[in-house]
Design a protein around this ligand. Structure first.
Ligand code: PLP
Length: 281
């Protein structure tokens, strides 16, 4: 499989970056993951806007419009042509002697590739998750490649055969290690408001819009970890999980939430999501 790196399409085992790339050395970069259904990128404008916002927030001078021909090329070149995939894009500040301040006159390093991914069948999956402390920084809205707190949280869940780790900051659930999270209580859908403490998930936004289309009551309000035991439904959203029902939640070693199946509102949103993807790809 070919990857795009700094102007060239290369076999992945021939694509190398400098050890002085600030992405490698400092985690100084921004990334994006775009789902591709039947060879068609989904919600691509939202992903591009978020990517540009992240780069701008950390002062990496790169115009995401330069990626547009690459997105096309990567799907055309890819053996995945016409199938389901994800496109991974990463832009780091570039190669420079290691300093903590931003070096001047560096050229950002650009990596882009497509890889096969299962995007269908999420409506048949049931996730068991845990809750732990959100120890991330205070700019979780920036999709930084520095993911130490996220990978650590996800690994803790994985070690317990759980699908996700929901993060709790000052007693409120923010999001998962790599997903957004929604709760349903008394027919109202809840999700953490945008701001510095969550990533503005593109799938999250699609689901919020679908709630509007379906006439569901939605509040962008955080739910307390202690309240999870009292909700009716929980689901995760994200490019890699679409809309996945949560049927079990563990907190401090106790199972605080358990249902047999995806709830009715979760199922309604899953069906609407499948319809939207079909209409747009
Ligand atoms: N929250 C975090 C921390 C993530 O890493 C991700 C996806 O990578 C999401 C939420 C979901 O965002 P999206 O729907 O744009 O994939």
């Amino acid at each position: 499989e070919l990857v795009y790196l700094n102007g060239d399409w290369l076999a992945h085992d021939k694509a190398f970056v400098s050890v002085f790339d600030r992405g490698y050395m400092l985690g100084d970069g921004i990334y994006e993951v775009i789902p591709v259904y039947n060879g068609q990128p989904f919600a691509v404008e939202g992903h591009m806007l978020r990517f540009q916002a992240g780069l701008d927030a950390v002062g990496i001078g790169f115009d995401v419009d330069d990626l547009r021909p690459l997105l096309r090329q990567c799907l055309e070149r890819s053996s995945l042509h016409g199938s389901d995939a994800a496109i991974y894009i990463q832009v780091t500040r570039g190669v420079a002697p290691r300093t903590h301040f931003f070096p001047e006159d560096v050229k950002p390093s650009v990596l882009l590739y497509a890889y096969p991914i299962t995007l269908r069948g999420f409506e048949n999956k049931l996730a068991s998750v845990m809750i732990s402390e959100d120890i991330r920084w205070h700019r979780c809205d920036i999709k930084s490649i520095s993911l130490m707190a996220n990978v650590r949280a996800n690994n803790e869940a994985h070690r317990q055969s759980l699908a996700e780790n929901l993060l709790s900051r000052e007693g409120y659930i923010t999001e998962g290690s790599h997903t957004s999270v929604f709760f349903v209580k008394n027919n109202t859908v809840y999700t953490h408001p945008e701001g510095h403490h969550i990533l503005p998930g593109i799938t999250r936004r699609v689901v919020i819009d679908l709630c509007g289309d379906l006439g569901l009551k939605l509040k962008e309000e955080a739910v307390q970890s202690d309240e999870v035991r009292n909700v009716d439904e929980i689901f995760l959203t994200g490019t890699t999980v679409q809309i996945t029902a949560v049927t079990s939640v563990h907190l401090d070693g106790n199972e605080v939430f358990r249902t047999q199946d995806a709830g009715p509102i979760t199922k309604m949103l899953q069906t609407a999501f499948i319809g939207k993807v079909a209409a747009e790809t």
